[in-house]
Design a protein around this ligand. Structure first.
Ligand SMILES: NC(=O)c1ccc[n+]([C@@H]2O[C@H](COP(=O)([O-])OP(=O)(O)OC[C@H]3O[C@@H](n4cnc5c(N)ncnc54)[C@H](O)[C@@H]3O)[C@@H](O)[C@H]2O)c1
Length: 266
């Protein structure tokens, strides 16, 4: 996919899915603004892009702070003049606990990053895209935006919120030549899923991952690159008539297909 001459901003670009998207944009010829609160990870992403001959800058920001969000948007425009593609991706899993036990502070912390952070990103990037006459946004939701996951009330609420905001924004800015979509990853092999497995079973996280993998038709966790590929597609001109929707990248798990094939016929 060709992003020559385009400018891409990726939040949570210091690790995992965001890093894979940042590297993909750069490979396609985009100039990339990597945003993360993790300065080490963000600097590593930029160094990897530059080592391959690409162009990128890193800026440290907490996506829950509107001042930080305004600052990374300003930096992108001052440095590269525009924002064509925005992967609004930073997120946290939060604590795993039943709703009856879930601490209010933990709920607020997850909603602040995953829901408010995504809102603030669009709140500050969309005016730039409106002024320049176009753009593409991909918000990272999750299969947790479409189905429940026990022990993750805040995460599930936040990802349902991301899908709602995606549809609202898409309706509002379609006439401005801006597309807004969401990607819904299933289990992807990153720090996040490792942490969830450790919280569920501190002594045997591998068993959690093995159990989960067995419920996935493709039989494995996805990779960050496999999610990035869909994000890049949604940001590209190949998706020029796609807006207000979500793409699931989960190895088939949400389809329920594992239940159909596990009857011994496989
Ligand atoms: N890994 C999965 O299985 C999976 C599945 C579905 C959805 N997702 C979503 O994908 C996105 C990326 O997750 P990942 O798996 O790459 O995890 P990750 O932990 O590897 O990466 C998340 C990145 O976001 C950054 N971040 C977190 N809070 C931030 C904040 N307040 N301000 C700025 N940066 C912040 C982190 O520093 C990190 O670099 C998240 O929104 C996550 O909810 C992941």
């Amino acid at each position: 996919m060709d992003f020559t001459g385009k400018v891409a901003v990726v939040t949570g670009g210091g690790n995992g899915i965001g890093r894979a998207t940042a590297l993909g944009f750069a490979r396609g010829g985009a100039r990339v603004v990597v945003v993360d609160r993790d300065e080490t990870g963000g600097a590593e992403t930029v160094a990897t892009i530059q080592a391959a001959g690409g162009e990128a800058i890193f800026t440290a920001a907490n996506v829950t702070s509107s001042a930080d969000v305004a600052a990374y948007v300003r930096l992108a425009v001052e440095t590269y003049g525009r924002i064509d593609c925005f992967h609004n991706n930073a997120g946290i899993e939060g604590r795993i606990a039943p709703t009856a036990d879930y601490a209010e502070d933990d709920f607020d912390a997850v909603m602040a990053v995953n829901a408010k952070g995504v809102f603030l990103g669009m709140r500050h990037v969309l005016p730039v895209m409106i002024t320049q006459g176009g753009g593409a946004v991909v918000n990272t939701a999750s299969v947790a935006g479409l189905a429940p996951s026990a022990g993750m009330v805040a995460y599930v609420a936040s990802k349902h919120a991301v899908l709602g905001m995606t549809k609202v924004a898409a309706a509002e800015v379609g006439r401005n030549n801006i597309r807004v979509n969401a990607v819904c990853p299933g289990p992807i092999a990153t720090r996040m899923t490792r942490d969830i497995a450790r919280q569920v079973s501190p002594n045997n996280p591998d068993a959690v991952e093995a159990r989960y993998s067995s419920s996935i038709p493709l039989g494995r966790y996805g990779t960050a690159e496999e999610v990035a590929n869909v994000v890049l597609f949604l940001c590209s001109d190949l998706a020029s008539n796609v807006t207000g929707t979500q793409y699931v990248v989960d190895g088939g798990r949400l389809s329920g297909a594992a239940g159909v094939t596990s009857n011994g016929m496989r």
